[in-house]
Design a binder for this molecule. Structure first.
Ligand SMILES: C[S@@+](CCC(N)C(=O)[O-])C[C@H]1O[C@@H](n2cnc3c(N)ncnc32)[C@H](O)[C@@H]1O
Length: 369
């Protein structure tokens, strides 16, 4: 059960859309072709302006609404929208009542378009399935179930089931981790490269429990995890068990302790106590939650860097995720912040294609220079 929106666009020679008369001719061809597919088509409204071109709204049986725009620059867009009740066949799917591709083809030929395309139907109003990539492209997931949804005092928490990725954790509509993503955790921790045996470790964030669970397999001396959101841990304990085992259920053992609170406050406390770690992990959300009213997210990232290096042993390492490798400007800014640190630090990077991000991700390994 969802509203279906099917988008078509055509690039035309701009000489065919430059003036009102030409746009009217294009609109006639368009209407003719649409009538082959929607025989009961009626015009509701049309408008023409020299600055904005031609615009019309049509409907069939008041159920399917079609909006058309002809921009004077040679672009024609057609949006078809209708509501699909549960159990009914969609129109314009590959095997729907009307093959959307054949409409695109007929229109492209009749309009002598330079280019035409039909996007698959956007489905709105049922399970959430569209989320942004790090560079704000729409990614459509094969979600078949909303498993969990709550708002904590800090963020909106969703667990969605994907047919291919398993359960996925989304925080404020950003993908964090899925059952498919062991590679994320292994690349973040440099599995097979770093030796955690007998080491003291601090995790900032990490509420899904996956990093803690994997680190404990490497026999560290002790891990303390500082996570602000109790509800994230409860949800992951219940629905992401395959990636976190029972670490979020137990909360502490001889080898680890989970503390619920703002990691910045605890880092300050550790600095005051002179507590030091071999490894500090930044496993915070891409836009971390801050208890203090700092202006931009970069202030928080700088705070995390500064405080983390104050609790690191001289040969310690700060390991963190960066961003999608396509976000070159944001990664440069991130590296500029590292360059500002005193005492000076140096870093290496590693990359992994993270299945549920559907992107290649960059990870940082930072040490004192
Ligand atoms: C779930 S982990 C995973 C990060 C990750 N894999 C990603 O893609 O961004 C991130 C956690 O950082 C926590 N977090 C954000 N800001 C925090 C803060 N100031 N102190 C402690 N935890 C924080 C969030 O509550 C969240 O559970």
């Amino acid at each position: 059960m969802a509203a279906q929106t099917i988008l078509f666009d055509f690039t035309l020679d701009s000489a065919k859309t430059a003036d009102e008369k030409q746009r009217q001719d294009v609109a006639k061809i368009l209407r003719n072709e649409l009538e082959h597919v929607f025989p009961q088509l009626e015009l509701v409204y049309s408008m023409e302006s020299p600055e904005n071109g031609y615009f019309s709204v049509l409907h069939e049986n008041k159920a399917t609404i079609i909006t058309c725009r002809i921009f004077q620059h040679g672009l024609l867009t057609v949006n078809v929208e209708y509501f699909l009740p549960a159990g009914k066949e969609p129109i314009m799917s590959f095997d729907g009542l009307v093959h959307g591709k054949s409409l695109e083809n007929a229109l492209a030929v009749k309009l002598k378009a330079i280019r035409g395309q039909k996007l698959p139907a956007l489905r709105r109003g049922d399970v959430p399935r569209y989320f942004p990539s790090s560079d704000e492209r729409i990614i459509e997931y094969d979600i078949d179930k909303l498993v969990y949804e709550e708002r904590s005092p800090f963020q909106k928490i969703q667990i969605l089931h994907s047919k291919t990725l398993g359960n996925m954790l989304l925080l404020d509509e950003l993908q964090n981790i899925a059952e498919s993503d062991l590679i994320y955790t292994e690349t973040l921790m440099g599995r097979g490269i770093e030796n955690y045996e007998g080491k003291e470790i601090c995790i900032l964030g990490g509420g899904d429990g996956a990093l803690l669970y994997e680190l404990l397999k490497e026999n560290p001396k002790h891990v303390v995890m500082l996570e602000i959101d109790e509800l994230v841990m409860q949800a992951c304990n219940k629905y992401l068990n395959s990636i976190c085992g029972d670490v979020l259920e137990k909360r502490r053992s001889d080898q680890y302790e989970i503390v619920v609170g703002d990691c910045v406050e605890y880092l300050k406390k550790f600095i005051a106590e002179g507590r030091k770690f071999d490894y500090v992990f930044g496993d915070l959300t891409d836009i971390p939650i801050t208890g203090e009213p700092v202006g931009v997210d970069w202030d928080f990232i700088r705070t995390i860097f500064e405080h983390s290096f104050k609790v690191l042993k001289p040969d310690g390492k700060f390991l963190t995720h960066g961003n999608g490798t396509s976000c070159t400007e944001s990664l440069e800014l991130f590296e500029e912040q590292l360059a500002l640190l005193k005492p000076k630090v140096k870093y290496t990077t590693s990359k992994a294609f993270v299945p549920s991000f559907m992107e290649e991700w960059l990870f940082y390994q930072v040490t004192f220079a």
